[in-house]
Design a binder for this molecule. Structure first.
Ligand code: 6PG
Length: 246
């Protein structure tokens, strides 16, 4: 692992090493908070990259190091499909993690993908407002994020209305490239988190990662670049292939 001396960018030789480091951070972060708070909130990323992290968390030695009864799992975004659909982020996390650890069912807060997307977004916002009662914005203890090849994160796509949303916590949106309806947490929600981690792997993301981490003056700002925590910590965990042009 190498670290950019002036930044929060951590480069791992392989995706497996990156996944191990992310699982370790999850364990350390939740352990640090264990004594201080009754419940710990984590917003998970969908897509392929974090799947291995979730599998590792459901495997020893990680599994037993997490006090699962205190952990509340949320989702940064969801595809508008039923929870057993192959595109469902919930289905992926359920298979890799939830079904394999002793987490109470009430601690798993899935975004409903089936049915009316706007109603489901409003319902998820209501659920978040109950959990984060009294706060102007949610304050997630940990957020995992991925980066798409177009520079999107969660389901905040370039030039979308969702990206400009500054009052709602959760909105319906659409992945125009795939023609797929989505629901996503909004930018201010992510930017009020305590700690965020981007996980990025693969050669296909190398060019975009370079543009994101070494921006040219005047270049258009991509969604991932708008993740700038107000009072929180942001880390980039990337593998050598993704980092090859940085
Ligand atoms: C999703 C995401 C999305 C994802 C990126 C990267 O639901 O698809 O949350 O933002 O993180 O598209 O996806 P991969 O890890 O599959 O490359």
């Amino acid at each position: 692992m190498s670290m950019d001396s002036q930044s929060n960018i951590f480069v791992f030789e392989t995706p497996e090493q990156l996944a191990l480091a992310a699982a370790e951070r999850f364990v350390v972060c939740t352990a640090e908070l264990r004594g201080a708070t009754e419940k710990i909130s984590v917003a998970l990323a969908g897509g392929n990259t974090p799947r291995r992290v979730y599998e590792l968390l459901a495997t020893e030695p990680f599994k037993q190091q997490v006090e699962w009864s205190k952990v509340h799992l949320f989702f940064g975004d969801e595809r508008c499909v039923p929870p057993d659909h192959r595109d469902s982020n919930y289905a992926m996390v359920n298979e890799a993690l939830i079904s394999n650890v002793p987490i109470p069912a009430n601690n798993v807060h899935r975004i409903i993908g089936e049915g009316n997307a706007n109603e489901n977004a409003l319902a998820y916002e209501a659920e978040l407002r109950t959990y984060f009662a009294g706060l102007a914005w949610p304050r997630f203890d940990l957020v995992l994020l991925g980066m798409g090849e177009d520079g999107h994160t969660a389901s905040l796509f370039p030039n979308s209305a969702a990206l400009k949303e500054m009052s709602r916590w959760v909105v319906p949106t659409r992945n125009e490239q795939l023609g797929q309806d989505r629901i996503t947490l909004t930018l201010p929600v992510f930017n009020h988190a305590r700690r965020l981690m981007f996980l990025v792997t693969g050669q296909k993301k190398a060019q975009r990662l370079k543009e994101v981490l070494r921006p040219q003056p005047g270049s258009e700002q991509l969604p991932v670049q708008t993740i700038t925590p107000i009072q929180g910590m942001l880390e980039w965990l990337v593998d050598a292939d993704a980092a090859s042009l940085v």
